[in-house]
Design a protein around this ligand. Structure first.
Ligand SMILES: Nc1ncnc2c1ncn2[C@@H]1O[C@H](COP(=O)(O)OP(=O)(O)OP(=O)(O)O)[C@@H](O)[C@H]1O
Length: 397
């Protein structure tokens, strides 16, 4: 079968193109040749995090694929998928503090469509659990997983952070359990157009090898910023709080943020971070997060996370800027028309890249509508992928 040529430098031009291309290639049994990988980055080509981080090898293992070119610095890879294997125990190590959740992005869609349902697949991933420029593991667990369970009908999915791994040492460990779809089952489409009120805001302020003041400081900074926007810890704003009247209706929200110290025995290096998430009235989810760093005041780290969450909400969307790009691949695979309202900041470059790639590989059609209130609606006619679609195709040919 001829390979589909993918320009790895298009639009966002980063690791995300590789992850999505390899996932879709494996699911659809379409070989891909990716060229100009990370062409606009310095240095260009695969870096260690990408070689294992994008988990080309893991995807190749799960999909019994032939993978060539996956070396550090390489600007070209070829991926010729075989059949996705039976549920199994898989293992991958990003070697550095490279993000574990990016390892998961490429493999999760494959494991969801393993050919049998029992036993579940388990994935043990080593590396960074709370890195910058990637979902913190808590975000994947508390925002991405619940979202795809609720809206795409993914049933059993769990993520256990066994050890936290912070930059630069890494050493974190996450275990993910996936029960694949049963034979012929498809991802559901969904409609998420109304933002509604925030039902609650929850968060984890996590730290290891640092004083308790760090965890408490991040939580305090986040609560302070949230309170200034009308989200008050443990109670609803009453008459004593002078918010505009329409805010009272919108902001009757409980805030609860836990400060959690990781035991020394479970962490390799010191580090900290905070992840907040809000569940919206009609099933939307908005997250906000930040990672601690030397010289950064913990309170400011907490405020940064709260700021991101508030901004995400105020922009009027039902998903934050990160969920936006992470759900595109699933919208393309789902059966029927999915639609989701995104915030007034518009679609991120990652989202537009994911759409471009999904259209090329799956044939799903996306439509972007700019609404008069500034929000942007993404609609997709998904292909209704099933694990059996491919074997039917193969049998027919
Ligand atoms: N703060 C955040 N919270 C949740 N998700 C995030 C956050 N920051 C980034 N992400 C997600 O992480 C992914 C990052 O993809 P990207 O291709 O930029 O990573 P990469 O493989 O490290 O790429 P690069 O080649 O640019 O180094 C995206 O899916 C994005 O939604």
């Amino acid at each position: 079968m001829t390979s589909i040529l993918i320009d790895g430098s298009f639009l966002e031009g980063g690791g995300q193109i590789l992850r999505n291309a390899v996932s879709l290639s494996a699911l659809l049994s379409k070989p891909v040749s990716i060229r100009k990988i990370r062409n606009n980055r310095t240095p260009p080509g695969l870096k260690n995090q990408h070689r294992t981080g994008i988990c080309l090898e893991l995807a190749a293992t799960i999909a019994n694929a032939r993978l060539t070119g996956a070396k550090n610095g390489s600007c070209e890879i070829d991926f010729v998928p075989g059949r996705i294997g039976l549920p199994n125990c898989y293992h991958a190590d990003s070697v550095t503090a490279g993000s574990i959740t990016l390892l998961l992005q490429v493999s999760l869609p494959l494991l969801l469509f393993s050919p049998t349902r029992v036993p579940p697949s388990t994935l043990t991933l080593l590396g960074g659990t709370n890195a910058t420029m990637a979902p913190q593991a808590d975000y994947t667990k508390h925002v991405f997983f619940p979202f795809i369970q609720r809206h795409f009908g993914v049933e059993k999915l769990s993520l256990d952070i066994r050890k936290r791994g912070y930059f630069p040492k890494g050493g974190g460990e996450v275990s993910v359990t996936v029960i694949p779809f049963s034979d012929g089952q498809k991802l559901r489409s969904f409609s998420l157009m109304e933002q509604g009120k925030i039902k609650w805001i929850t968060g984890i302020s996590h730290y290891a090898g640092l004083p308790a003041a760090v965890g408490n400081g991040m939580a305090a900074g986040a609560k302070r910023r949230l309170a200034a926007a009308g989200f008050v810890e443990g109670k609803t704003p009453g008459d004593d709080v002078s918010f505009p009247a329409h805010w009272k209706a919108r902001h009757d929200t409980l805030v609860s943020i836990e400060s959690r110290r990781e035991p020394n025995s479970l962490t390799v290096g010191a580090g900290s971070g905070i992840v907040l998430w809000a569940e919206l009235e009609h099933g939307g989810m908005i997250g906000g997060s930040a990672v601690g760093a030397k010289g950064k005041e913990p309170e400011n780290v907490g405020e940064e996370a709260a700021e991101e969450l508030i901004r995400g909400f105020e922009e009027g969307g039902c998903v934050d800027e990160w969920l936006q790009d992470q759900i595109i691949i699933l919208m393309a695979l789902a059966e029927g028309t999915s639609e989701v309202r995104c915030g007034s900041a518009g679609l991120s470059l990652h989202t537009r890249t994911a759409i471009w790639l999904a259209e090329q590989l799956t044939g799903a059609k996306f439509e972007i509508t700019h609404e008069s209130d500034g929000t942007v609606v993404v609609r997709c006619d998904g292909i209704g992928y099933t694990a059996t679609s491919i074997s039917h195709l193969e049998n027919a040919s």
